[in-house]
Ligand binder design. Sequence first.
Ligand SMILES: NC(=O)c1ccc[n+]([C@@H]2O[C@H](COP(=O)([O-])OP(=O)(O)OC[C@H]3O[C@@H](n4cnc5c(N)ncnc54)[C@H](O)[C@@H]3O)[C@@H](O)[C@H]2O)c1
Ligand SMILES: O=P(O)(O)OC[C@@H](O)[C@@H](O)[C@H](O)[C@H](O)CO
Length: 382
Amino acid sequence: MKALHFGAGNIGRGFIGKLLADAGIELVFADVNQTVLDALNARHEYPVHVVGEQAKVEIVKGVSAVNSTSDEIITLVSEVDLVTTAVGPQILERIAGSVAKGLAKRSDNGNSRPLNIIACENMVRGTSQLKQHVLKALPEQYHAWLEQHVGFVDSAVDRIVPPSEAGSTDPLEVTVETFSEWIVDKTQFKGDLPTIPGMELTDNLMAFVERKLFTLNTGHAITAYLGQLAGHQTIRDAILDEKIRAVVKGAMEESGAVLIQRYGFDAEKHAAYIQKILGRFENPYLKDDVERVGRQPLRKLSAGDRLIKPTLGTLEYGLPHASLVQGIAAAMHYRSDQDPQAQELAALLAEKGPQATLAEISGLAADSEVVASVVSAWHAMA
Ligand SMILES: NC(=O)c1ccc[n+]([C@@H]2O[C@H](COP(=O)([O-])OP(=O)(O)OC[C@H]3O[C@@H](n4cnc5c(N)ncnc54)[C@H](O)[C@@H]3O)[C@@H](O)[C@H]2O)c1
Ligand SMILES: O=P(O)(O)OC[C@@H](O)[C@@H](O)[C@H](O)[C@H](O)CO
């Protein structure tokens, strides 16, 4: 079996690529970072530091890499059995063009072996969104062929992988926590279901996607935003701050109450899930900056993402949302010189003020009670 994985970044090297290579799949990474590409092609292996009480270094072997903007992608897509991505939600549209060209070539070549494509991004049904971008770029004459031979499989992916420690000189080295979870929608595959140790199959993906994104990522983002406001550099320092921890736990519980109503989760098990996540944020072996976790605040404040979607759920079911409101207000205070979305957020706030800015980014009604609560929390935090 051969796979093409877009994005040789933290989660690409530290989780998805590692699982595929460990399963004996011939793996080619596609990326745009020339340093990483050159190192992968020079060494064909890299170290993964799995940190925890019993730290170990695992070597991922037998990998190679191509530039994601080169025509090699087209040939690879026409040949491989599996395409995965971990590039960031905003990049999916950018890779869709070459994926579409590769699919057209695959069809022209008469390759009717099933191909499955799995986007491993922090978003709800990211692969389905990639499919829409691919369909837009693919001439209509190939659409029926695509429906017959290409599976677009949605997934939920969970493993905290910060960038390597400052001071590391190896561009390929990656440090990961022990925990990992990759859950894919088994109803969307074409051909036989693959057996890849570490990849779990489900027919109830939405529950898992929302459970992960609206618990871990909701809490993670709020830890980052409140952490930055309180002057903490890392997620660990922030979550060890009792005031922050109370809001983060409160927000995960508020979001959890929505998930319990929506998906019928067991309340006790969900409380244990939250507790475990708090422990993961505290991990003394990982140095995860609030700036990584808070990155791209406009994405994180959008209607379908980790802050607004759970809040909409509380409105739908008439449930409390005071901690989520604190988290949204803190997100609107996020600043980073490295992050264009943080700059855009600051510019919008300066131009339009908090009420109009929040309404524009999140889709919430400007005159709603919840927007008024966020605005007042935002002023209080300033
Ligand atoms: N790091 C984590 O803890 C984690 C965990 C779960 C999910 N995720 C998700 O995985 C995705 C990637 O996150 P990350 O933390 O690995 O980010 P990252 O920045 O470390 O990696 C992204 C990689 O994509 C590459 N890239 C950018 N444009 C590209 C293109 N056009 N073609 C191919 N590659 C391109 C970048 O060069 C980089 O190597 C995001 O959607 C993120 O939400 C991350
Ligand atoms: O990757 P983002 O920007 O969507 O979110 C930042 C972190 O919350 C995220 O990368 C987590 O580390 C990850 O989702 C853990 O599974």
